[in-house]
Design a binder for this molecule. Structure first.
Ligand code: HEC
Ligand code: HEC
Length: 471
């Protein structure tokens, strides 16, 4: 696999994933708060987090080519605390170093901002930014509240007060009133506010005992099937153990509807596009995705032990992000749900798009919270999976809808996959799906880091100060 062709001189003001948003009540994420953006970006590239599964947010930052080759590796962080590995981590210092990035990822969602809101991404350790300093105080406040009031349980999070906006709510609103934080100020773009997700309990910590609607649901009148029944009916519906176990590879090709980066030099709202996408899977748990963007190839993968993504930044996934990419890499979605979860049970029936569904929930053993599966009552097929990206500061939900199941060599495979998270959404449509065509192992391995690109307006060689992951 070649390294991505991302010219160093490429200038993409911002690139994020999202909407069809307004329809879905999504507002564009505030990817770059202009007051904090370096006035003249010597190089503007998009930096992104987990792709595919997570509806990667592509963020505009000034990102030195020199840094691209130097994303921290999980193996270098192993056994180190954040305080030891990073230069200037004061409050989160005792966490494992691998937990820092997911926590930063969470903050951007809880506040609806991008990394540059608090950081000069050439110098993540700098405390020059007043919002970074506020955020550090806020983290302390959050821990103080949770420790003193909630016996150390993570009950109050950034999201409790911020609800996807950079300013915490400090006054009650009357019906129909807009929270002040949603009014775009002249120096910031609109925030990502996802009102519907606000009510989702998985934005908070895992509560297996009342995971849906705060336990307000009425008990089902009809007797429900057991979780075991539903999970084995699903396994039968997708082809059965024999077919799944004899399947070796799955190759899916098609297009993905997503927000596209603006061409170099073009400002303004992003437009939806339909770039070509290829997804490769190899049983039991290797997966890789390649999206052909005008500026180059965006990729994400999991090789059976480590996860990675590549755009302008080529980095490894860690902490809660790694768990999410692991879920995504399963050859058949949720095939190992029983093995990977505890407290599995069935909730009262629900409806999705007019279809009656059974809902199975379970607490993920990896600590990422309560996961939910929605099975079509008629076909037994999985039509929705809700998982969480967890971090030490909080978690956010991510939903994958599976539709248009096709028969592929005895397996049922969803030809339409819709991903939704607080960061936006994507719709994959695969028109070519093949099982058991040979796929070389190299596809799943993280490509070698790109050497620092040639000039072409290359930035001054800023020192990779923090060694920080820029997403
Ligand atoms: C709302 C403000 C805020 C946002 C947004 C934010 N951070 Fe941070 N970041 C902080 C704070 C505060 C610290 C220091 C934490 C501490 O001292 O315990 C920090 C520390 C870091 C560090 C450690 C730097 C060092 O060497 O000391 C890295 C790396 C980092 N952030 C990366 C990111 C990335 C990548 C993003 C975007 C995904 C991001 N941050 C978004 C507030 C923020
Ligand atoms: C108990 C409620 C509460 C919690 C929890 C909370 N915040 Fe805040 N936050 C606020 C309020 C209220 C403000 C606005 C203060 C003001 O306007 O001076 C604010 C302001 C901020 C600001 C400054 C924004 C600006 O434009 O001045 C940042 C950055 C911030 N919070 C980050 C965080 C982060 C990160 C977390 C989680 C670690 C968090 N907050 C948790 C209530 C909260």
């Amino acid at each position: 696999m070649n390294a991505p062709a991302m010219p160093a001189s490429m200038s993409i003001p911002m690139f994020m994933n999202g909407p069809r948003s307004m329809k879905k009540k999504f507002y564009l994420r505030n990817l770059l708060t202009s007051k904090l953006a370096p006035a003249a970006l010597p190089i503007a590239i998009f930096v992104f987090r987990r792709m595919a599964i997570l509806l990667a947010a592509f963020v505009l930052v000034a990102y030195p080519a020199a840094l691209r080759a130097q994303q921290p590796k999980v193996k270098d962080m192993q056994g180190k605390t954040a305080g030891e590995f990073f230069k200037n981590v004061k409050v989160l210092k005792d966490l494992p170093a691998t937990e820092l990035h997911p926590a930063m990822e969470y903050i951007t969602v809880a506040l609806g901002v991008g990394c540059p809101y608090c950081h000069d991404v050439r110098k993540f350790d700098s405390d020059d930014n007043v919002f970074k300093r506020s955020a550090r105080n806020m983290i302390q406040m959050m821990y103080a509240i949770d420790d003193t009031v909630f016996a150390g349980k993570r009950e109050v999070t950034c999201y409790t007060c911020h609800r996807g906006a950079p300013i915490g709510a400090d006054a009650q609103l009357l019906p129909g009133q807009k929270p002040p934080a949603q009014v775009p100020s002249p120096d910031s773009y609109g925030n990502v506010v996802v009102p519907n997700l606000t009510l989702d309990s998985s934005m908070g910590p895992a509560r297996p005992e009342r995971p849906e609607g705060g336990g307000e649901r009425k008990p089902a009148s009809a007797a429900l099937p057991s979780a075991d029944d539903l999970l084995s009916k699903y396994q039968q519906a997708v082809g059965g153990s024999a077919a799944v176990q004899s399947a070796v590879t799955l190759v899916e090709k098609g297009t993905v509807e997503m927000l596209m980066p603006n061409p170099p030099g073009v400002q303004g709202p992003l437009k939806m596009g339909n770039p070509a996408v290829e997804v490769y899977r190899k049983a039991p748990n290797r997966a890789a995705e390649f999206i052909q963007l005008p500026a180059g190839q965006a990729m994400q993968g999991y090789d059976g032990s480590s996860g990675w993504l590549v755009g302008p930044v080529n980095r490894e996934l860690m902490g809660g992000e790694l768990f999410t990419v692991q879920d995504w890499s399963e050859f058949v979605p949720a095939w190992n749900f029983k093995k990977d979860h505890t407290n599995i049970r069935v909730l009262p029936m629900d409806k999705i798009d007019g279809h009656d569904v059974y809902v199975v929930i379970g607490v993920a053993k990896n600590g990422s919270g309560v996961d939910r599966l929605y099975f079509d009552m008629q076909t037994g097929l999985l039509i929705r999976a809700v998982t969480n990206m967890n971090s030490v500061l909080g978690s956010f939900p991510e939903t994958t809808d599976f539709d248009d199941y096709r028969d592929v060599s005895g397996l049922k495979v969803a030809a339409t996959v819709h991903l939704l998270s607080p960061e936006g959404d994507r719709t994959y449509k695969f028109d070519q799906i093949e099982a058991n065509t040979p796929v070389e192992d190299a596809k799943f391995q993280q490509p070698a880091p790109q050497p620092p690109g040639p000039a072409g307006g290359a930035p001054p060689a800023a020192s990779p100060a923090s060694g920080g992951p820029a997403r």
